[in-house]
Design a protein around this ligand. Structure first.
Ligand SMILES: Cc1ncc(COP(=O)(O)O)c(C=O)c1O
Length: 375
């Protein structure tokens, strides 16, 4: 059976390691193993004595305990540690969905959040629930969500903080979404991989895992903790039968996580406050540079800074964002991600604000634009 091309990953496979100035990465600046262990107060030699046997399929009990400690109402047995965050999306969709089911997905969305469901149920049964631009930000239409639900709807897929818009609902909106899911007995897949990166003035929302018994919550260490190469992620699933069925699917993918990943993930959770503060600091500094930059280019860009997370979706006043990005790659060595690779329109690009070289990359973009005939 076919599955749609993973457009974002195909784009990054082409350019991420070729183009010198990355301005669209979704992760935060990565650390070295030595930096991570130092923050966690563990000697580097501990890694040398790690036993490289198989690990427990659901994840090491101490690791699951540490993960559960990040939530208010999550027992360690509800945690499934994954082979990578991405795996959780695939496993959840395979476990939950049958071809006759309908799914509602918040758009734009990270490819796998909509494509795996479309692969199982057919594209016609995956109903888009669009976030729309509103002034300086983005908005949800809860009345539209009501209208999209039919007796066949089994699953609602959301992602907060949102990639690529940086949208964060209010607590009242999140509670309303959960109330709608509860009324219709829907499963809620809530991708919280950017949770913890709220900008000053916005609180971290409670996890859907602490609010709704029929939620499947995805989280991990790739974005907030600056550890994408660790491939560390987890799902929280309260429902025992569903969790066991998902673990069965996991036996067909990774069986268990890599032992070094489990070891370093425990170190990262021990250093959670320092890692989150570090990423937030980087993003805040970069947003100051971004605010100043976009204030100088009001005719070319429509700037809607994120409310949370590391990415924002920026309007581009050009006939084709894709052609514009292509020109930036070829002539400026700068990488932005065009909207169509996010399942969105060709008048937007994704901006990533989590890397320390962001101001330098932005300066390259600006130097190029100053000589650009289209500017
Ligand atoms: C919303 C969202 N979910 C899941 C993932 C998957 O994370 P990873 O690439 O670390 O597996 C990403 C990665 O960009 C993402 O943006």
């Amino acid at each position: 059976m076919n599955i749609a091309p993973f457009a974002i990953e195909e784009y990054f496979a082409l350019y991420e390691f070729q183009v010198p100035h990355l301005l669209c990465a979704s992760d935060c600046e990565a650390l070295t193993v030595a930096e991570l262990l130092a923050l966690a107060g563990r000697p580097l030699t501990d890694l040398g004595s790690l036993h490289l046997g198989y690990t427990e399929s659901q994840g090491h009990p101490a690791l699951r305990q540490a993960i559960a400690g990040q939530y208010a109402q999550v027992p360690p047995q509800a945690v499934v540690f994954l082979g990578a965050p991405e795996e959780g999306i695939y496993l959840a969709m395979q476990t939950l969905l049958e071809p006759e089911d309908e799914v509602i997905v918040l758009l734009p969305a990270y490819d796998s959040l909509r494509n795996v469901a479309a692969h199982i149920c057919g594209p016609g049964r995956v109903k888009p629930w669009p976030l729309t631009p509103a002034g300086q930000g983005w908005q949800l239409d809860l009345a539209q969500l009501h209208r999209l639900i039919t007796p066949q709807t089994r699953l609602l897929i959301v992602n907060f903080p949102h990639n690529p818009t940086g949208f964060l609902p209010t607590l009242a909106e999140l509670q309303a979404i959960i109330e709608i899911a509860r009324q219709h007995n829907l499963w809620l897949f809530c991708d919280e991989i950017y949770r913890g990166l709220e900008l000053p003035g916005r609180d971290t929302l409670p996890s859907a895992a602490d609010l709704y018994e029929r939620s499947l919550v995805l989280a991990g260490l790739s974005k907030v903790h600056g550890l994408p190469g660790l491939r560390a992620g987890w799902l929280i699933i309260h429902n025992e039968a569903l969790r066991q069925r998902l673990i069965n699917w996991k036996h067909y993918t990774t069986i268990c996580a890599a032992a070094p990943t489990e070891f370093l993930a425990q170190a990262a959770l021990a250093a959670h406050p320092q890692l989150v503060a570090r990423s937030r600091r980087i993003i805040n500094d970069n947003l100051a540079a971004a605010n100043a930059f976009f204030a100088r280019w009001p005719d070319l860009f429509v700037w809607r800074p994120q409310q949370a997370g590391s990415v924002a979706l920026v309007g581009v006043n050009q006939p084709s964002a894709t052609a514009f990005c292509r020109q930036l790659i070829d002539e400026a060595g700068v990488l932005l991600l065009p909207g169509p690779y996010l399942g969105y329109d060709d008048r937007h690009v994704r901006l990533g604000t989590g890397r320390v070289n962001f101001p330098a990359a932005l300066a390259h973009l600006e130097a190029y634009l100053q000589t650009w005939p289209g500017g």
